[in-house]
Design a protein around this ligand. Sequence first.
Ligand code: 3AM
Length: 176
Amino acid sequence: SSPGTERLFLALWPDGAVREAVRRAAAEAVRAARGRPVPPDNLHLTLLFLGAVPPAVREALAARLAAVRCAPFELVLDRIGGFPRSRVAWIAPSRPPAALHRLVGQLRAAAEEAGLAPERRPFSPHLTLVRKARPVPAQVLARPVRWGVRRFWLVRSQTLPDGARYTPLRAWPLAA
Ligand code: 3AM
């Protein structure tokens, strides 16, 4: 890959208050899952995984992302569960708003217009809590975490000996 190429993805990034609320809501499930808990600073909801992005493509992408139009929305994180095959435990909204799916559709179009070929796997919104997790029983939260989403982020993913490091690089506001 050319110099300056980075592994990037687009994500929603919770602020400290939401991270703390997730930590409390999920503490029991995280213990039960054993495995490797995602450090609080790494918590995110992946919107679109982009893979290796050269600098020129990143510039083109940034221009497209600035043109995305989507009203802010609220996510109600009310479900804890797992993907047994990938061995992760997650927290997720059981009824994601239509605006979230519209946003991802626009991001996919922006990525394609910038010359990327993002994966076509169906979007399944979640925040990974634990990797290498044991199966956790599905759980509906009596007190869901409410997350007012106002922006989306371009994030760098680096693989380090002690796990992945995610660095939010740049945000664009959600505005209709
Ligand atoms: O947001 P989560 O933790 O579910 O598994 C990776 C992580 O998912 C996923 O993108 C998120 C940020 O790294 N990911 C990694 N490689 C991927 C790929 N080739 C991928 N998703 C799709 N295709």
